[in-house]
Design a protein around this ligand. Sequence first.
Ligand code: NAD
Ligand code: IPM
Ligand code: MN
Length: 356
Amino acid sequence: MKNYQIAVLKGDGIGPEIVEQAQKVLDKAGEKFGFSVDYKEALLGGAAIDATGVPLPEETVTICKNADATLLGAVGGPKWDTQPGNNRPEKGLLGIRAALGLFANLRPAVIFEPLREASPLKPEIIGKGIDVLVVRELTGGIYFGERGRCEEKGQPAAFDTEKYSVPEIERIARVAFEMAQKRRHKLCSVDKANVLESSRLWRETVIRVSKDYPDVELNHMYVDNCAMQLVRNPGQFDVIVTSNMFGDILSDEASMISGSIGMLASASLNDGQKGLYEPIHGSAPDIAGQGIANPLATILSVGMMLKYSLEQPQAAQAIDDAVAKALTMARTPDIWVEGMKKVSCSEMGDLVCSLL
Ligand code: NAD
Ligand code: IPM
Ligand code: MN
């Protein structure tokens, strides 16, 4: 029987609650589809700061590098907000992305049919449905550029730098074109080329790469317009490719179209197949420990893990199907509507398992 080694970084806030549900579902998928999973837990974020003083202990990097894939909950919270910038929980997350070379972040925003009424968008805007894949560059741009404090006209000032090299843009563009080839053959590259020089290089490079993908229809959009178009007419998008910061913002916006940020999964990939899988949302300190978090984004992230790293496409599909079915039967509070059964985080995990 095939056996997989999965690194587990539960993190902070709701992280442990949601990861536990995703592990249950992965174990159940293993029983059903004939594979087993061994987990190795490691520390990241605030939990790591409390235990070791730093948000990304070296041991965590080693454990993730040796695993077939990594499952992550979320990091951060008010407890660590006073940490210096380079020792915050979030710095640990950026560090693990960099250490594993996870430059391609796939964030699919789909609307599950039963959740139509949970979307804040009107039915006529949702139309036949929404299926957008945001391909976010994850190891470059302003997140990793030079930053610091300085002085200007005798007053304290600060700066962060957005910088992209041609190879960085090329490789993320290729991932996006290849994804579009497997989908509806449409790619929208999002930038701010009317203002930013890094965006002008981004656009030139994407256009050059597009010559290798004549079957994909490419268009370009400024990020402000894209933010507006996502709520005006989300059906126009197939794949969106964009920089680290624009992708962060647009994917949170896209998540709400699907009803709740608690629904949006993600895969962070490098050149190989050892990805990191995490929901796009954060540690939700406001609801942590109450057992009411929506675990579906993390469960769907396990689905992405099965698809992209573990080569178990049938198990991946079965998880998506079980989630769709579960949504017709019960909801966590964030997507609950009148007349529907309201369930806790772990009850939702159990329900998905029972439907697998
Ligand atoms: P957040 O995503 O944690 O929460 C935003 C809102 O969405 C909150 O009201 C929260 O209760 C709700 N929410 C989020 N996930 C939910 C779920 N699964 N089910 C139900 N409701 C959910 O964003 P924030 O409040 O801006 O950030 C909180 C902390 O998380 C910060 O420290 C931030 O840096 C960190 N963060 C971490 C990650 C990550 O680890 N990948 C991502 C985003 C934010
Ligand atoms: C995300 C988060 C992170 C990001 C933070 C916590 C560093 O918002 O994964 O979307 O901005 O990448
Ligand atoms: Mn984010």
